[in-house]
Design a protein around this ligand. Structure first.
Ligand SMILES: [Fe+2]
Ligand SMILES: [Fe+2]
Length: 175
């Protein structure tokens, strides 16, 4: 099943920018799994997503959503899950990165292992986005009051630009 064709990626002003990024990431991750996107392009996009998109969620959306969930649902389990998945994806990526960087010498990882690891990350990332699109972001759209949405949108846009620029200065380009 393709998520690209099945998710709507549509929400309120508070989540729309992040959903637009999801659409791009899903296209690249599904393309990689289908062998239509090169490993280096997928890994480049993953690195960018961790540096920019994950940060936007953790630093802007979650801090607003967290007290609202506590207030309305009296638990923050959905946030704990999403944060935990960010940690898992980052750690999967750092082990992959080590295999890729040391590939030329003294390596234990074969290119097949690298492809397998990347495929696992792509699937994990897709499941994560599916959960956000159908779970956490729906809650954000439901519980974040109308008056706050525009401010979140502009914070997201401003920080997105800032993290994007910081990423380009550090890496030289974006995949
Ligand atoms: Fe996320
Ligand atoms: Fe996300």
């Amino acid at each position: 099943m393709s998520l690209l064709g099945n998710l709507k990626f549509k929400g309120s002003d508070a989540t729309q920018m992040l959903r637009n990024q999801h659409r791009i990431t899903v296209g690249i991750a599904e393309g990689f799994i289908a062998n239509e996107v090169k490993l280096e392009d997928f890994v480049g996009h993953l690195d960018y997503t961790i540096s920019v998109h994950f940060r936007l969620e953790e630093e802007i959306l979650i801090p607003v959503l967290s007290p609202l969930l506590r207030q309305y649902l009296e638990f923050e389990e959905p946030i704990r899950i999403i944060r935990g998945e960010h940690v898992s994806i980052k750690s999967l990526y750092s082990t992959l990165y080590r295999s890729v960087s040391f590939e030329s010498e003294d390596t234990t990882a074969t290119s097949e292992e690298i492809l397998n690891k990347s495929g696992l990350i792509a699937k994990t990332l897709l499941q994560h986005i599916f959960k956000e699109e159908n779970g956490l972001f729906g809650m954000a759209d439901l519980y974040i009051p109308e008056q706050q949405r525009e401010k979140i949108q502009s914070d997201l846009e401003r920080k997105n630009e800032e993290y994007h620029q910081a990423y380009i200065s550090a890496h030289g380009m974006v995949k």
